[in-house]
Ligand binder design. Structure first.
Ligand code: NAD
Length: 354
């Protein structure tokens, strides 16, 4: 397929708008339809993004034969059912993170993709940052040697999104800080290092700030304002350690809210070099001759990560490239998240069942 790919966006919320803006920067893409269950939002967003057709349900949008591919931008609980319906309708799917509520649903999505013979791309946008790509390439070239430890810190001081809304209601979100934001760092850590074999995990989740909701003090809120008649029954902090067989370990600490300095980095240690992702221009800490040496990696930092993500999806649909984040990788990430929640619940180390 080399003609323009006709896109439908399902979910006209915050990220649905980001997708619409990003597709507008991709020459081979045209967003032809938008869907949302909220009529006012649908009308306003369709006008804002100049999208001609609107649908009140995803089923109606999927029945539109003029649509080749969809972006699924709805709350987490609807990822699997809508992605599966999309494949049944013969559409390609760009699926926002997290893949689904759990790994089993993720596997169901992959089965539907295989039955349809269509493209599935996971919305792991952080892989598209130039910094992540440069680090991934340095690791693939062996610059770090054998990797044995990863340290993840993803700390917000007061960053609970949409308190009382779907983000903090387990039945709709599947969880809190872990499934919402740690999903990005855990995916990025495994992708940059190529360590896709997490075997065991010991972890603990906490809910310290979101409940009672009226005691949560914040400066700004993504997806706010709070809905005090809603629910907060999810985690706002998680810490743990993952084993990758006998080769490597990964410690992680992720917070929507905690009493600590905000931080967001992934530190990767190998026997030939170490590097930090998220700390500005990456510096490879290594040795040269008899010295310790810092090698600054210089690259073009200007890139719109979302536009890069959509461009790769459109190219994959056209048969001109591979998806940059696969459903199989999505299932591994979901299996890790499932195991982290299980470890916390059981108060013990557990095996990760991919
Ligand atoms: N990649 C990223 O960095 C990133 C950032 C933010 C959100 N997300 C993900 O995107 C998804 C949406 O998040 P958001 O912040 O845009 O949420 P949002 O609440 O702003 O938007 C979701 C929209 O989906 C609509 N919706 C709900 N059920 C629907 C259905 N069955 N059919 C059609 N529309 C439906 C809602 O009315 C709402 O307008 C989530 O899964 C979230 O994790 C990803």
């Amino acid at each position: 397929m080399s003609k323009k790919v006709k896109i439908g966006i399902i979910g006209a919320g915050t990220i649905g708008s980001v997708h619409a803006d990003a597709y507008a920067k991709v020459a081979d893409a045209e967003v032809v339809a938008l869907c949302d269950i909220l009529a006012d939002r649908l009308k306003e967003k369709a006008a804002r993004h100049h999208i001609a057709k609107t649908y009140a349900t995803h089923q109606e949008l999927l029945a539109d034969a003029g649509i080749d591919a969809v972006s699924v931008c709805v709350p987490n609980c609807s990822h699997a059912p809508i992605a599966i319906d999309a494949f049944k309708a013969g559409k390609h799917v760009l699926l926002e993170k997290p893949m689904a509520l759990n790994a089993k649903l993720g596997r169901d999505i992959c089965k539907a993709r295989d039955a349809a013979g269509k493209i599935l791309q996971m919305g792991m946008v952080r892989r598209q940052s130039p910094e992540a790509e440069v680090i991934q390439q340095a690791i693939a070239k062996g610059r770090l040697g054998t990797i044995y430890q990863i340290n993840i810190k993803q700390i917000r001081r007061r960053g609970i999104p949409g308190l009382g809304g779907w983000f903090t209601t387990k039945a709709q979100s599947g969880g809190g800080a872990l499934i919402d934001i740690a999903v990005h760092s855990l995916d990025l850590a495994m992708w940059t290092t190529g360590l896709w074999n997490p075997t065991r995990v010991s972890a603990k989740t906490y809910s310290k700030f979101g409940s009672p909701m009226r005691d949560y003090h914040y400066v700004s809120m993504w997806a706010g304002p709070p809905k005090y008649n809603g629910k907060f029954d999810v985690d706002d902090y998680v810490a743990g350690m993952v084993r990758f067989g006998k080769q490597a370990t990964m410690s992680f600490e992720v917070a929507w809210a905690c009493n600590a300095e905000p931080e967001n980095y992934i530190e990767i240690l190998g026997d030939k070099g170490g590097i930090k992702l998220g700390a500005g221009e990456p510096v490879l800490m290594t040795e040269m001759d008899d010295y310790q040496a810092d090698v600054k990696l210089i690259y073009d930092t200007k890139r719109d990560s979302f536009a890069a993500e959509m461009a790769k999806f459109v190219a994959a649909v056209q048969g001109k490239g591979e998806v940059p984040a696969t459903g199989e990788q999505g299932v591994i990430v979901m299996s890790l998240l499932d195991a982290i929640y299980k470890s916390s619940e059981k108060d013990q180390e557990v095996a990760i069942g991919v």
